[in-house]
Design a protein around this ligand. Sequence first.
Ligand SMILES: *Cc1c(COP(=O)(O)O)cnc(C)c1O
Length: 365
Amino acid sequence: MNIETIAIHAGNIVTDSHQPAVMPITLSTTFLHQEESLIYSRANNPNRMALEQVLRQLEYGKDAAAFSSGNAAGMAVFQSLEPGSHVIAPDDMYHGLRNQLIHLFRGVLSVSFVDMANLDAVAAAFRQETALVWIETPSNPLLKIASIQSIAQLAKGHACRVVCDNTFATPVFQNPLTLGADIVMHSTTKYLGGHSDILGGALVTKEQDEFWTKVRMVQHTGGAVPSPFDCYYLCRSIKTLPYRMKGHAANGRAIAAFLDQHPQVEQVYFPGLASHVGNDIAAAQMKDFGGMLSFLISGDASTADNFISKLRYFTNATSLGGVESLIERRAASEGPDTQTPENLIRVSVGLESLEDLIKDLSQAF
Ligand SMILES: *Cc1c(COP(=O)(O)O)cnc(C)c1O
């Protein structure tokens, strides 16, 4: 099956004798004791099985596990490591996961935050006790590109596991398992949900090994699982993911080009621009570049805030990946210890008419 077909058919498991065309929601928390039946819905339920099946197939993995948020999915990986393990993570890692490593796993795991675009720096960071390399590409908010294949090769030399946060690229544009990663992580809150109304996360594994058994144990026993409603809505959203991503990528590319030539823009960060550092790696490992971009507006924080306040179709809000365009001055969201420039504006390009979006940006300048 090609991806458009997987997205529509893989998560639609109908066992009901009425044979509805669309899989129903099963709300029951418990199931009749019989051979091979489900037992209790924290351990498993039909809608989560359907979601995990479509996610597994979208990422070409052996198995998938769904969680109640992207952060819970990431945490399940860290909780599956042996105490005392060392983790190599990006210096611009998603701040929520970075905060887990710094605050929740203090004294349990040690971490080196490294520029993943610099392979020498990655190579120098390995220690005897390194167990995990975490990749996030494209990264947030500078859209930095890490080579999944090169980092996976380095990690194999040290018998380390590689996990890739694939939230920005989505399985439509990048499949880290086929490039050497062991596990893919998603915040399904973003493009997979696609309508800014579901919180969720997922892991997909290349092998059903001992580490994956621990991840499943964290999922079942930790209990940060999505509800049948959430799983149902995610399956429904995923059916249109490949077509939504085509629209996000087309609008993203055009808006990046528009901003790139605008006299009031200092710099645009978008992996599809030839001038973007890592454009060659992105072009090799991604099928397209997605709808996330950032730019530096000429001026300071107040110039940026003023620009954002004049927009009509770009909602000033955090998060990303929905059908509606979102925009934010990123430093304001990241708090006082942020390294993000004060005049950096992050855009999640939505699926509105490109003409309307560009008109809106033009009048706000
Ligand atoms: C949003 C996000 C997360 C965290 O996901 P939640 O669903 O908000 O818990 C992790 N990584 C990236 C890249 C994200 O954008």
